[in-house]
Design a protein around this ligand. Structure first.
Ligand code: PMP
Length: 430
């Protein structure tokens, strides 16, 4: 694999961009080596600046659920471009997409568009605080909700990958209102709630966390959170920026039959364009300006091109439930294949999967929270990452991420992934 152009670009980029990248985990620091600079993407493939082609298992960290450069999304974007790129005024498309989201996501009765997942979670917490008149909120260890100050405490994803789960620059004043709990532990929540009686505005979590690697909720856990929040008047927020429209049409809340008070969304709504959204019960969302007193705004929010991409994506998913069966089938083929190969090679590590999201943890322990995820051998993960890359499979460059599958993965490509896995495991076992 020739990587001279990526090398040149990375060296040059470091003169002008901190660390040479616009988002930390892209820098490949946790896995060694240097990032590939991507020139284009098509269906299941990424193609770098040197012309190397890779099978893609990140899919822009989730949104390319139908594969890259899907003609339907491309057509919608091109058509919208012909009418102008931004108006800063309401459009019909915004109403259409809001109505569609409300019909698809069980908890959402009203929704506000923003430009990223980070904005969605920051805004949701502000609204929950405004609505309850309380300051504190509970966050789970290892969950990631974007880079808003109050979330950069025991944060997952790039924050833990870079070794900064608690970021400098977040003041103690801000940090004191973020209460931490381990995922999958209802007793820990009860203890926090009784120690902070009447002071907790919200409990936010990834119902199926992907940002410490993929973990699954224990049976009854999400319902247990729902019951505590109802009893205590705490706003339950599901951060479905990754799981929304991916695990099911209505996200993890539909799959597990637990309805939060608010939901944050992103990624797939934009079909690859920068979009986030937050929504929830009417009574809570009526607190958002200009309907209510909690301020939140955005010049580019509801951007017509992003809305066109999102509408094309969501309409398709809404009208084709068979896509979810297909995503689940692809996930099953890959995870079953990996487990069988590991067994055959005597390589004992943990695979967590739900639908089209999965993680391979380099530990033989069961992984269902941040503490167990951190038992993984990250150096060995780095070797596996490089071994797969060499064989043309592009994984997330961190142990603490989920992989995201797309419907563009044919059976033939899945076989290639499994062949690469077998050879990579053999290589790293030596
Ligand atoms: N919430 C979750 C669950 C996420 O996974 C992410 C990003 N991966 C975010 C929020 C932040 O989204 P963004 O990167 O679009 O700001």
């Amino acid at each position: 694999m020739q990587i001279s152009e990526s090398k040149r670009l990375f060296a040059h980029a470091q003169n002008f961009i901190p660390g040479g990248v616009n988002s930390p985990v892209r820098a490949f620091r946790a896995v060694g080596g240097e990032p590939l600079f991507i020139k284009k993407a098509e269906g299941p493939y990424l193609i770098d600046e040197d012309g190397n082609q890779f099978i893609e298992l990140i899919n822009s960290w989730g949104p390319m659920i139908l594969g890259h450069n899907h003609p339907m999304i491309k057509d919608a974007v091109v058509k919208a471009m012909e009418e102008g790129t931004s108006f800063g005024a309401p459009t019909a498309k915004e109403v259409e997409i809001a109505e569609l989201i409300v019909s698809m996501v069980p908890s959402v009765e009203k929704v506000r568009m923003v430009n990223s997942g980070t904005e969605a979670t920051m805004s949701a917490i502000r609204v929950a605080r405004g609505y309850t008149g309380r300051d504190k909120f509970i966050k789970m260890e290892g969950h990631y909700h974007g880079h808003g100050d109050s979330f950069l405490i025991s944060a997952g994803s790039g924050a833990i990958t870079m070794g900064n789960p608690d970021s400098p620059g977040v003041t103690q004043g801000t940090a004191k209102d973020t209460l931490l709990a381990p995922y999958n532990d209802l007793d820990a929540i009860e203890i926090l709630v009784s120690a902070n009686k009447g002071e907790i505005a919200a409990l936010i979590l990834e119902p199926v966390p992907g940002n410490m690697g993929l973990c699954l909720p224990k049976p009854g856990y999400l319902q247990g959170l729902r019951d505590i929040c109802t009893r205590e008047g705490i706003v339950l927020i599901f951060d479905e920026v990754m799981t929304g429209f991916r695990l099911a049409k209505g996200g993890a809340q539909e799959l597990f039959g637990v309805t939060p008070d608010m939901t944050t969304l992103g990624k797939i709504i934009g079909g690859g364009m920068p979009v986030g959204a937050y929504g929830g019960k009417k009574e809570i969302m009526e607190f958002v300006s200009p309907a209510g007193p909690v301020y939140q705004a955005g010049t580019l929010s509801g951007n017509p091109i992003a809305m066109a991409a999102g509408l094309a994506m969501l309409k398709h998913l809404n009208e084709h439930p068979e896509e979810y069966a297909r995503l689940n089938h692809i996930g099953e083929l890959i995870s079953d294949g990996i487990i069988a190969i590991n067994k055959e090679l005597g390589f004992d590590f943990t695979v967590n999967r739900l639908g089209s999201m999965y993680s391979l943890f380099f530990t033989s322990q069961e992984v269902n929270d941040f503490a167990s995820a951190k038992l993984s051998d990250t150096a060995l993960f780095g070797k596996y990452f490089q071994a797969m890359l060499k064989r043309g499979v592009y994984l997330a460059p961190s142990q603490f991420e989920s992989l995201f599958l797309s419907t563009a993965l044919s059976d033939e490509i899945i076989q290639k992934i499994l062949d690469a896995h077998r050879e990579s495991i053999k290589e790293i076992m030596n």
